[in-house]
Design a protein around this ligand. Structure first.
Ligand code: FPP
Length: 273
């Protein structure tokens, strides 16, 4: 890689029809354990192969011109896994952060982290913060790692911040609207995901980005995460491009907006029109 951006055929599709190219892709990276079990390997090796897939897919997303990629790397509920597996995952995460620095610099990828980060081990938190600070000025793509993350917990944390502001007299509760609430989320500068991919076949959301995915397109593949490739990512994008996003409207009034958000109510046609 020399850092030069070479447009793939998908990028040409994007130039033709920007509103049908996902800006923000979120991925539930599932199936590391099953991938390992199918090969008679310990789970740790499945997670290691999963970490390699994170590197591969991040580079692929960048090359395809995706603006933001959010990866579900460790859920709030994952804290209930056996202590040894948690230690393994935290060590892998730490290794990943240390080893990814050159790639993030070369590709000009901005790293962000979402979740209850205060629950992470000190060392991981320090390395994470260092990478987030170092890459803050990069603008080719944002890679958001969801760590110690839960969608319900994010909503509860946002509600707590609003309640605190109201208690201190800085906020009138009657002024709280969707936009005000959204600004309290962990990474409000990211647009809502357009496409949510889940690997390894399960058809559930697992407490991921509950607020942000209200009109997201879903794509489930049977492939276990360690086997997920750039070609599969391209397939998911191609499937997305065939979807008709209506944001609750009729086909004639439901033109998708390139930022993935539903049009504001004020644009709605009058009832009966
Ligand atoms: C699901 O596999 C995956 C996770 C618990 C989190 C994803 C972790 C990685 C991709 C590795 C490390 C991440 C980074 C960012 C370095 P599972 O254990 O639930 O699989 P199973 O459902 O087949 O048991």
């Amino acid at each position: 890689m020399d850092g030069t951006h070479r447009p793939s055929p998908l990028c040409f599709l994007r130039l033709m029809d920007d509103s049908h190219f996902p800006q923000h892709i979120a991925i539930i990276m599932d199936g590391n354990g099953r991938w390992a079990a199918q090969r008679g390997l310990p789970r740790l090796l499945g997670h290691r192969a999963g970490a390699d897939a994170v590197t591969r897919v991040t580079e692929a997303a960048c090359e395809l011109g995706i603006s933001a990629l959010t990866l579900y790397a460790f859920s709030w509920e994952n804290w209930d896994r056996p202590a040894q597996e948690i230690r393994d995952l935290m060590r892998l995460l730490d290794e990943f952060l240390l080893s990814q620095a050159p790639t993030l610099r070369r590709q000009r990828i901005r790293l962000r982290a979402i979740g209850r980060l205060e629950a992470l081990p000190d060392g991981v938190r320090r390395h994470l913060q260092a990478m987030v600070d170092e890459t803050a000025g990069f603008d080719r793509m944002t890679l958001a790692l969801a760590l110690s993350y839960g969608g319900r917990q994010e909503i509860v944390d946002a509600a707590r911040r609003l309640a605190q502001a109201a208690r201190e007299g800085r906020l009138d509760p009657s002024q709280i609207d969707e936009e005000q609430f959204r600004r309290q989320l962990y990474c409000p500068e990211l647009p809502d995901p357009d496409l949510l991919i889940r690997t390894s076949g399960e058809q559930r959301i697992s407490n991921f980005l509950l607020w942000q995915i209200s009109y997201c397109e879903l794509y489930v593949t049977p492939t276990c995460w360690p086997d997920f490739t750039k070609a599969e990512l391209q397939e998911a994008i191609a499937a997305y491009q065939k979807r008709d996003r209506r944001f609750g409207r009729t086909a004639s009034h439901g033109a998708a907006r390139s930022n993935g958000q539903a049009p504001p109510r004020s644009c709605a046609p009058a009832a009966g029109a």
